[in-house]
Design a protein around this ligand. Structure first.
Ligand SMILES: Cc1cc2nc3c(=O)[nH]c(=O)nc-3n(C[C@H](O)[C@H](O)[C@H](O)COP(=O)(O)O)c2cc1C
Length: 224
């Protein structure tokens, strides 16, 4: 299994979120995966400009790393999203990546891949953020397998409780096993089905304005 991980923190690999991610990848690699980690420091994936090019042409004209990252995700089997809690939400770096995936979401074109989410915070409130990232994964077509969170509190160096370490390593292992067995999760399938119906309706409304996406649905899902 090939895994791509995105670390959306300006502290990059020195940060708490990357430290927790490393444990997830330790579990995934022990289960046979290969992993590539990409840091989103804030200037490599810029905010969406709402130009609609992704819907019309299938690619973003902005000259940054987004298209290359998207290509790496298409070539992979799994995606790990790792973000710090920034004011009760994902970091702006992660949100910019999510917004840039608008075209992917309309086509749910990451379908077939598996994913997990990783969140750290200073004082708590991580789980709604992890749930939000996993919901985002669903809308791209990815099946989320779970999440792991950690409250760092007053510690200056990443120091996780033994239980958090175990949870993170197990999450990585579960990700690989889910991919190996093509595991299905009824709640995820239901949510994906509902979202796909919404996107299908959107395509029928917008087929004139968004030819790339209409063609994707026509070719890949037989929409007429
Ligand atoms: C701009 C900013 C906003 C933050 N907002 C919150 C917050 O709302 N709640 C919280 O518990 N921690 C918050 N934190 C703390 C970080 O979530 C925490 O230190 C996290 O582990 C940082 O991860 P990193 O080292 O990977 O960047 C914030 C930190 C920054 C820099």
């Amino acid at each position: 299994m090939k895994i791509v991980s995105l670390v959306a923190s300006p502290r990059g690999m020195r940060g708490n979120t990357a430290a927790l991610l490393r444990l997830v990848l330790e579990g995934a690699e022990a289960a046979g995966a290969t992993a590539e980690t990409i840091v989103l420091p804030g200037n490599t994936v810029l905010p969406c400009k709402a130009c609609d090019s992704c819907h019309k042409k299938g690619a973003c004209p902005q000259k940054d790393d987004f298209e290359a990252i998207k290509a790496k995700i298409y070539e992979s089997d799994g995606l790990v999203l790792a973000s710090p809690n920034y004011i009760f939400s994902v970091s702006a770096q992660m949100k910019a990546f999510m917004d840039r995936c608008c075209g992917v979401i309309h086509c749910m074109s990451f379908e077939g891949k598996y994913g997990v989410s990783v969140v750290t915070s200073g004082g708590g409130d991580e789980q709604p953020i992890a749930d939000y990232m996993n919901h985002f994964l669903i809308t791209t077509g990815i099946t989320p397998v779970g999440s792991v969170c950690a409250t760092m509190g007053g510690v200056s160096e990443p120091a996780f409780a033994d239980e958090t370490k175990r949870e993170a390593i197990e999450l990585g292992r579960n990700l690989v096993n889910a991919w190996k067995t093509r595991a299905a999760f009824p709640e995820v399938d239901r949510a994906k089905g509902e979202f796909k119906n919404r996107m299908q309706l959107l395509m029928t409304y917008r087929k004139e304005q968004w030819p790339y996406e209409w063609e994707y649905w026509r070719k890949n899902r037989g929409l007429t």
